[in-house]
Design a protein around this ligand. Structure first.
Ligand code: HPA
Length: 254
């Protein structure tokens, strides 16, 4: 079963015909929102709004463990996540959509494992390739097949937030090799790996990162919001195609 996690600007799915809402309780607490069961082109998917229905949960306050565990409990084996970012690399301007292949974790104080020796025995997962190669390819094919250009690689710097970064912090992230920056990539990706779920993200760039491009002096929040709503229309279309192309069985859907 495919689970879709929507981030900023994606608290609901346009093409989703909702069939059921389920409040799921997990040993780690409640997820950000009731999980929505629905159908896209007749295929059942589960949708979860990472920041809650009213977008009230800050990135460092998201209960990532409950979110991922709830999806797992409901039978989700593949997770398609959407996580908006700022562009660090000069080519990654607002409107560009990136499929990250690597991640650097700068977050702190977030519960980042199920295997903490309390709930489960200690375990060290392999995380050399943090995103599922096959899921990334699915995202890419879906985007390209509807004519949406995609940047198929990117190094995602996961920062703590909720404030945006300083220009010097972005310089540091760039020296570290990061090309995009967001606040929710971790521990979500690692938790999915711990439970053996395939996980990949698409990251729409909604602003130049601090000190870059049009954000040399400051990040304009209004522009960010405009860019977000424009880009999300395209993200909805990519998600619909992702489901249609990779999860619906009829030949005419391929
Ligand atoms: N920094 C961190 N997270 C973000 C940004 C940013 O510039 N844009 C969107 N999410």
């Amino acid at each position: 079963m495919l689970g879709i996690i929507g981030g900023t600007g994606l608290t609901q799915l346009d093409n989703l015909t909702i069939t059921k809402r389920e409040i799921v309780r997990t040993p780690f607490g409640e997820p950000s929102h009731p999980l929505l069961f629905g159908e896209i082109c007749g295929h059942e998917v589960i949708f979860l709004a990472r920041h809650g229905g009213g977008h009230t949960i800050l990135p460092h306050q998201v209960n990532y463990c409950a979110n991922i565990y709830a999806l797992h409990l409901l039978g989700v084996t593949e997770v398609a996540a959407v996580a908006t970012v700022g562009g660090i690399h000069r080519d990654l301007s607002p409107g560009v959509i990136v499929i990250p292949h690597q991640i650097i974790d700068y977050t702190h104080g977030r519960k980042s494992t199920f295997y903490d020796g309390i709930n489960q025995p200690v375990k060290h997962i392999d995380f050399t390739q943090p995103y599922c190669h096959y899921m990334r390819a699915k995202w890419e094919l879906a985007a390209l097949s509807i004519g949406e250009p995609i940047v198929s690689h990117g190094v995602y710097a996961a920062t703590q937030g909720p404030r945006l970064e300083t220009a010097a912090e972005i310089d540091r992230l760039e020296r570290d090799g990061a090309t995009i920056v967001g606040m929710t990539g971790m521990p979500e990706a690692a938790l999915a790996r711990e439970l053996g779920m395939s996980y990949a993200a698409i990251s729409p760039v909604v602003n130049y990162a601090a000190g870059r491009g049009g954000s040399v002096h400051q990040i304009d929040y209004e522009e960010m919001v405009v860019s977000l709503s424009r880009t999300m229309l395209r993200v909805h279309a990519i998600i619909a195609e992702l489901v249609k192309r990779h999860y619906c069985n009829t030949a005419s859907d391929r």
